[in-house]
Ligand binder design. Structure first.
Ligand code: UD1
Ligand code: CA
Length: 497
């Protein structure tokens, strides 16, 4: 026979079908976040490319609550502005003075007429998954609870509210760390700050809260005992994975949560067929897409809207921010931002592709190459030590080592246009605006200031002159002079044989 509902101790592990509708969700995010010691509001710090509050709101939104409210207070303007961008339907509740979590809920319920179930959670627990919340809702509604508290067993419960149960496993109260005697501090089951309530019961109970505690605040946690005293059914429900409920109060917890999120994201990619050589040093934003059979080498960071095609090779030590990488391309020890790398193209080692770079299929941006705002045609190569800025390069073209696209005259930027199958000699300076026709060549070391027609050779450097015997006359006694003499040179400036 099934256990009586009130004694259900933990979440069930079966998948939730989210059959139960959630009328209201309230996210508490008015706190100061002082322990972050930051000018940035706590919930606007980033984890895996998304703010902490963004993680919370996107998981809660998956439950499709009828109304989603966020309680804001400290740094209200910047928090609201951010949330409006990521979740336009959120209703903001302003808690002018931070008088505790119970006060925050009083304010959030003040004008709320809706009946039904409300989910309450904090804006600083970014690892909570919607699947867990859905299971929590299932257990809460199946057990017909008036209030359910999601709890967790923490290896180190310091700082959290402790769950006090009786022998029948029923929750009696939540005791805050600062109010807890030593024997309560020994309890390792903590309040995660995630609750489900019957809205009417909660409204009645929060109205009665008192601030007779060590922090002089209205504790939301005190409603548990009150709801029980009023005949409501309360249950503490243990989550399966405590790491999901970790809260962020300082930078060390931020890093701890970021590492857990990193592992979670990497795991998903690996399960989907992406080869990640060292998941502990590979950081992939939640927004990044990677096709199967791509390989990511260690110490790489894939960020923003980056998309990686199948069989691509990324890293080691590569940063890609908003980069589209085609299938079978490789990007090694390089930094690329806001650009496109075609299928089969190769980048690096040690290259920097800046915004607006569009590297065509099978093209190459080799070692120590910087490119910005340029289109490089199919199969064209920039193999070594070059700067390419504001250029349009056709297909099958080769840019010799140490070529510079001189795009900046000190005031304005200018464009360079290069055709198909062009051969730019090493160390060419292409002084923009300038245009090189299809199949043209430039002589190594040229400073090209005028257009070169198709098929022509642009030669723009002084003709070479050899001053014979110079070393023997001007540097006599040096090793160079000795070996030159041995090689048949003499002091005369006359042309020998
Ligand atoms: C709270 C719980 C504690 C629980 C822990 C889980 C209470 C009294 N304690 O403690 O039992 O173990 O969360 O992380 O609830 N907030 C407001 N307005 C306020 C005060 C807080 O919106 O006036 C928001 C904060 O921004 C935060 C959340 O409520 O997102 C929790 O507040 P916080 O001060 O972090 O509570 P804890 O001390 O962590
Ligand atoms: Ca907290």
């Amino acid at each position: 026979m099934a256990e009586p509902p009130a004694r259900i101790r933990s979440l069930n592990r079966r998948e939730s079908n989210l059959a139960k509708t959630l009328e209201v969700a309230i996210v508490l995010a008015a706190g100061e976040g002082t322990r972050m010691k930051s000018e940035t509001p706590k919930v606007l710090h980033f984890i895996s490319g998304k703010t902490i509050i963004d993680h919370v709101i996107s998981q809660v939104s998956k439950l499709s609550p009828g109304t989603l409210r966020v309680v804001v207070g400290a740094a209200r303007d910047s928090v609201e502005e951010h949330i409006k961008q990521i979740a336009p339907t959120v209703e903001f509740i302003f808690q002018a003075e931070r008088n505790g979590t119970g006060h925050a809920v009083q304010v959030a319920l003040a004008d709320l007429k809706i009946k039904g179930t409300v989910l309450i959670c904090a804006g600083d627990t970014p690892l909570l998954r919607s699947e867990t919340l859905a299971q929590f809702i299932d257990v809460h509604s199946e057990s017909k609870n008036t209030v359910s508290v999601l709890t967790a067993q923490f290896p180190d419960p310091t700082g959290y509210g402790r769950i006090l149960r009786n022998e029948a496993d029923e929750i009696l109260a939540i005791i805050e760390e600062l109010d807890a005697p030593d024997e309560i501090k020994m309890i390792d089951e903590i309040n995660t700050g995630v609750y489900l309530f019957d809205i009417d019961a909660l409204r009645t109970s929060v109205a009665k809260l008192k601030s007779d505690n060590s922090q002089g605040e209205l504790y939301l946690t005190d409603v548990i005992a009150d709801i029980k005293a009023s005949g409501g059914r309360a249950a503490a429900i243990l989550s399966n994975d405590y790491s999901e409920t970790l809260g962020i109060n300082d930078r060390s917890q931020l890093a701890e949560c970021a590492a857990i999120m990193r592992d979670r994201i990497n795991y998903e990619h690996m399960i989907n067929g992406v080869e990640i050589i060292d998941p502990t040093t590979t950081w992939i934003d939640a927004s990044v897409e990677i096709d199967s059979d791509a390989t990511i080498f260690p110490e790489s960071w894939l960020a923003g809207t980056t998309k990686i095609g199948s069989k691509a090779i990324i890293g080691p030590r590569t940063t890609l921010m908003n980069v589209k990488v085609g299938s079978s391309a490789s990007v090694i020890e390089s930094n690329c931002v806001d650009c496109t790398i075609g299928a089969g193209a190769s980048v690096g080692p040690y290259s920097y592709l800046r915004a607006g770079t569009n590297l065509g299929e099978g093209a190459k941006a080799g070692a120590f190459v910087e490119i910005k705002n340029s289109t490089i045609g199919e199969g064209s190569k920039i193999p070594h030590l070059s700067y390419v800025g504001d250029a349009e390069i056709g297909s099958g073209t080769n840019i010799g080592a140490a070529t510079v696209f001189v795009n900046y005259d000190g005031v304005e930027k200018h464009k360079t246009k290069i055709g198909d199958e062009v051969r730019i000699g090493s160390d060419t300076m292409l002084v923009a605006p300038v245009s090189i026709g299809d199949g043209a060549y430039t002589a190594a070391g040229s400073v090209i200031t005028d257009d070169i027609p198709a098929g022509a050779m642009g030669f723009a450097r002084s003709k070479q002159r050899n001053i014979l015997g110079w070393v023997l006359r001007k540097r006599s006694g040096t090793k160079s002079a000795q070996v030159a003499k041995a090689a048949g040179a003499n002091e005369s400036s006359e042309q020998g044989s």
